[in-house]
Design a protein around this ligand. Structure first.
Ligand code: GAL
Length: 652
């Protein structure tokens, strides 16, 4: 079993070389074991075309290595230097209005530009040749946060050419494409693949099937871009782990597919920034402003654990105020530690902090770090030292066990309901998160799962909300699973071509529960549909026709079926408010014979095998004896302080 590790993100190129050894010694002294470097350093690695300077990087790696630190080496392809952009100006992505995304920050490249991809091959190959066999380089990171700053979709000529070929490979004949997209509507038919346009700058909305395929294509382009780097690194560094750092609340490409080429899925966790950017109301934001949403990070831990097939980590953990949210408060005392243990409890191999020292220059000068700009320790520095001591004391190892509950999360569904929300506030991610929150409030530990047979096997409960176009194989796997299943609003409501199923929604899912959806309505903020004293539907509701084998379990006040049931399969026909969700989940838990916990509002629990972790996201100390029984705590106290973490090994 591997030990849980702590790391930090470091930019030696930002500081005088005379500091490197001291920095390395300080890192080691507080218990850090690895350092990520290099991911934005192209202008220093190759100051002009073909003139490489890797000597400084070798010396930086040497300094860190000598202190006993391991390295995650990033490829610098998120920041192509000025000379390269000037050499091929058409490598920049074009936004939906057709404007270039110019040099001067980062991620100013188009994933479809073959010339740029070749430049990336070249620099990655050189780096991998130079450092692939270095004993201190323990892992590689490809690029940095693919898609950050809204960079997945590009409307360039390169993208147009590549999209046409992608469509040709998928459909083979233009008639098949016209049919799948329904192009007879509004005379949108094409006569050849070379006539296909990108779905931007149209007078009114573009065809949803066209938008969906463009999104799929763009997602495939990113996976292909990443794969090129992975293949090069594997040739020069066989056996060394390769990872990429994903983001929070970001669904613009299929992370499961891209992760198939990686060894570890990493993600960058900024709880306070994410909370400020979220769609939660002001009361919620004020309540959790210094600790973050109690469920958001945990959801992403579970999501990226599913992407990495078990191997995952946090690559960038917020250490203080950030610079990029609408408001940037300071974390509560203890919040950084709380976030770190929440990740380890969910099976993270490592947590690494962003960044070592606050930069006094350029874009992120207001972003806090473990050290102040003047190199004196800031608060986070001491917090990390404490966490490292605690990890050593409990001799913590990486553990992950299959959870009894699977919550299906699907990237195509996220794209589909963004393309066709039908009600302005229909957000797939928000819907899934609200259900995740309901599960966690009941004390359940959850696996997020892709819609595949393997991911849903051996479960007591499987929940698949708003699943756009489930495949036949997946539907069969659900039928065979023997688990209790909760489907619902919009599930199975389209075919993969983005059309209404021939026999009405829920399409193939009708083989699990014999219902048909005859009407759907979206509800403006403030409007709701009451469900017989059990809560209400907000935003979305459907009108069902029930087959003979189906029971209406809950009815709306206006007499429609709100929750339908056939044996162990339930279908929820709207977007539930918190009260209704709680009531629906209680019925479903009962059917699934799942035992739940009665948790105080701000307490969360994670069971991972024999380990139980308890977290306090509230402002009050809370007695957790009822959750800890007679067991001896390895961490924390029975009166759990605000931001407190408790952990123990269960003996039942
Ligand atoms: C991440 C990014 C880092 C840094 C950080 C600031 O999105 O990977 O390079 O910009 O945010 O919070």
């Amino acid at each position: 079993m591997t030990r849980q590790r702590l790391g930090v993100c470091y930019y030696p190129e930002h500081w005088p070389e005379s500091r490197w050894r001291e920095d390395a010694a300080m890192m080691k002294a507080i218990g850090l074991s690895f350092v990520r470097i290099g991911e934005f350093s192209w202008s220093r690695l190759e100051p002009s075309d073909g003139a490489y300077d890797f000597a400084w990087l070798a010396r930086a790696i040497g300094a860190l290595d000598q202190a006993g630190l391991k390295l995650v080496l990033g490829t610098p392809t998120a920041t192509p230097p000025k000379w390269l952009v000037d050499k091929m100006p058409d490598m920049c992505a074009l936004d939906a209005d057709g404007r270039p995304r110019k040099f001067g920050s980062r991620r100013h490249y188009c994933f479809s530009h073959e010339g740029y991809a070749q430049e990336c091959d070249r620099i990655v190959e050189r780096l991998a040749q130079s450092f692939g066999a270095h004993p201190a380089v323990a892992a590689w990171q490809t690029d940095n946060e693919y898609g950050c700053h809204d960079t997945v979709l590009s409307y360039s000529q390169a993208a147009l050419r590549a999209f046409r070929r992608w469509c040709e490979t998928k459909y083979r004949s233009i008639d098949a494409l016209n049919h799948a997209w329904g192009n007879v509507f509004w005379s949108m038919e094409y006569r050849s693949f070379d006539e296909i346009e990108l779905p931007n700058l149209t007078v009114t909305e573009a065809n949803p099937s066209h938008l969906m395929d463009f999104q799929r294509f763009s997602s495939d382009q990113i996976a292909a871009f990443n794969r090129r780097q992975v293949e090069i690194i594997r040739r020069h560094a066989p056996g060394t782990a390769i990872l990429h750092n994903f983001m929070g609340s970001f669904v613009d490409f299929d992370h499961y597919t891209l992760s198939d080429d990686l060894d570890i899925a990493a993600w960058d966790s900024y709880p306070l920034g994410f909370l400020e950017r979220s769609s939660n109301g002001d009361d919620f934001k004020l309540r959790y402003m210094r600790v973050g949403d109690p469920d958001f990070q945990a959801f992403h831990h579970d999501l990226y654990r599913a992407c990495g097939r078990g191997r995952w980590q946090v690559m960038e953990q917020q250490p203080g105020p950030v610079n990029w949210a609408p408001w940037n408060p300071a974390p509560a005392k203890g919040a950084m530690r709380l976030w770190t243990f929440e990740a380890f409890a969910a099976g993270a191999e490592a947590v690494s902090y962003f960044r070592w020292r606050q930069a006094p220059f350029a874009q992120e000068q207001m972003h806090e770090a473990l050290l102040l700009p003047n190199a004196e320790p800031n608060e986070g520095f001491h917090v990390v030292a404490r966490i490292a001591q605690e990890l050593a004391a409990v001799d913590a190892h990486v553990e992950t066990f299959r959870a009894p509950v699977a919550l299906v999360f699907d990237y195509e569904s996220a794209w589909a309901w963004r393309i066709e929300p039908q009600g302005q506030d229909f957000s797939y991610v928000d819907l899934v998160l609200s259900i995740y929150r309901g599960l966690r409030r009941a004390g359940l530990s959850v696996d997020v799962a892709p819609p595949t047979a393997a991911a849903v096997g051996e479960r007591q409960l499987i929940i698949a909300p708003a699943l756009f176009a489930p495949s036949r194989q997946f539907t069969e796997a659900l039928a065979k699973s023997g688990a209790t299943i909760l489907l619902g609003p919009r599930a199975g409501s389209k075919t993969a071509d983005f059309q209404i199923p021939a026999d009405l929604p829920p399409g193939v899912l009708r083989s699990l529960i014999d219902i048909r959806v005859r009407r759907m309505e979206s509800l403006r903020p403030g409007a709701s549909v009451r469900i017989c004293g059990q809560g209400a539907f907000l935003r979305w509701r459907e009108f069902l026709l029930l087959g003979e084998s189906v029971q209406p379990e809950l009815l709306s006040d206006d007499g429609e079926t709100a929750l339908a049931r056939c044996d162990n399969v339930f279908y929820l026909s709207g977007w539930p408010d918190e009260e209704l969700l709680g009531n629906v989940l209680r019925r479903v838990f009962h059917a699934a014979q799942l035992s739940t916990l009665d948790l105080p509002q701000d307490i969360r629990v994670r069971d991972n095998g024999a380990m139980r972790y308890i977290f306090n996201y509230g402002a009050e100390a809370t007695d957790i004896s009822a959750l800890a029984g007679e067991e001896t705590l390895m961490l924390g106290k029975r009166l759990l302080e605000p931001c407190g973490v408790a952990a123990f090994r269960r003996h039942d």
